[in-house]
Design a binder for this molecule. Structure first.
Ligand code: FES
Length: 146
């Protein structure tokens, strides 16, 4: 019988055997899920009334903003004059709050990074994309549909 282990699991197994320790296949520090989903899919269609979360004037083209709606944190990225993209601010690795930086979204806890344009994970231990939400510019406001 052959058992296939990831490189991380092999390292843990080898260390445990060498030390005579009880084997504990803990998360190898990457917290990766068994079934990664780094395909963000399309932007969801807006539904419901939406929540005004920011003034358009506070979100420059190419800029990001952290906002709150219904007691949850979200990230906005203004792609162009008419387009705002929205994501959960909850890191898909271990739940820390992701923030906007100069070139991407970044998690301060373990260094995961996420693409502005669709939320897919580009680095660090996170293997899943940030969940997407619909957002729109309505008059002078940014409206988020959560
Ligand atoms: S919680 Fe670990 S990288 Fe975000």
């Amino acid at each position: 019988m052959s058992i296939s282990l990831s490189p991380c699991r092999r390292a843990v197994l080898g260390s445990a055997v060498a030390a005579g320790a009880t084997l504990a296949l803990a998360a190898c520090g990457d917290g990766s899920s068994a079934a990664p989903n780094n395909n963000p899919g399309p932007v969801p269609e807006p539904s419901g009334a939406g929540v005004k979360v920011a003034a358009v004037a506070d979100l420059a083209i190419g800029g990001t903003l952290s906002v709150t709606a219904e007691a949850k944190n979200y990230l906005l990225y203004r792609e162009d004059e008419k387009t705002v993209l929205a994501y959960t601010a909850v890191c898909t690795h271990a739940g820390c709050q992701v923030q906007g930086e100069e070139k991407d979204f970044a998690c301060p806890c373990h260094g995961s990074r996420f693409d502005f344009t669709d939320g897919h994970a580009t680095g660090g231990p996170a293997r899943d994309a940030l969940a997407r939400f619909a957002a729109a510019i309505v008059g002078k406001d940014v409206v988020l549909y959560v």
